[in-house]
Write a new protein. Sequence first.
Length: 249
Amino acid sequence: MKENRRQNIYRIIMLIIVVSVITFVVTNILNYDNTRKYVISNSKDTNIIQKIETSAGSLKKILDEKYIGELKEEDLLEGALKGMIAGVGDVYTEYYSKKELEDFTASTLGNFVGIGIYMQADTESGRVIVISPIADSPAEKAGIKPGDKIIKVDDVEYKAEDINKISEYIRGEVGTEVKITISRNDEIIDFTIKRENIHINYVSSQILEDDIGYIAILTFDDGCCKDFIKCYDELAAKRSKKTNCWFEK
């Protein structure tokens, strides 16, 4: 009788231990599945293209399984291409989407709608800085100056990495207005500027004292050579004693 009772107690103890072990294992497996970090394969035995394909495929699979929002494959592709170029670490090496390339081409051809400013992303300050307003543009007339830091556009704050967004946003329909908030010598200034058709004059010229012909090349883009020859011929026709070329920094 005592022996049977001892065996029953032993079985109960073992059952409790087994249940506890199973509960511990299952709980940890579930927690691991919910909190684990995914490791993307990056074998040293494959070339860069194969690594990219493998990593991208793994990431896409995880997004398909875990991301609760809507995935737009075109946006994923654009983001991946931009990321690859960003990996170069050179501010002058950029990837343009179709829309960005169209805008860039329009600006280099010298005709677009906007406020007329040259900008660059400044990684030191983390802001987009005005290189210079285009001569006789709405930005120049409003008082935008070289070195101005763009803080907001229509009350939306932007950083240096948003330069393409700023460039796209300040373009628009002729006659519409855009609010530009800049920082100048620690002073915050708001400008409300009306968008206009912008034509870029790549070259300007004038006659200085002593009949010296003066040619300024403002930017090197399509049309610069033609404008330069035109200015040179005009100065030569005025019989200036000497014609000098000056390149704006």
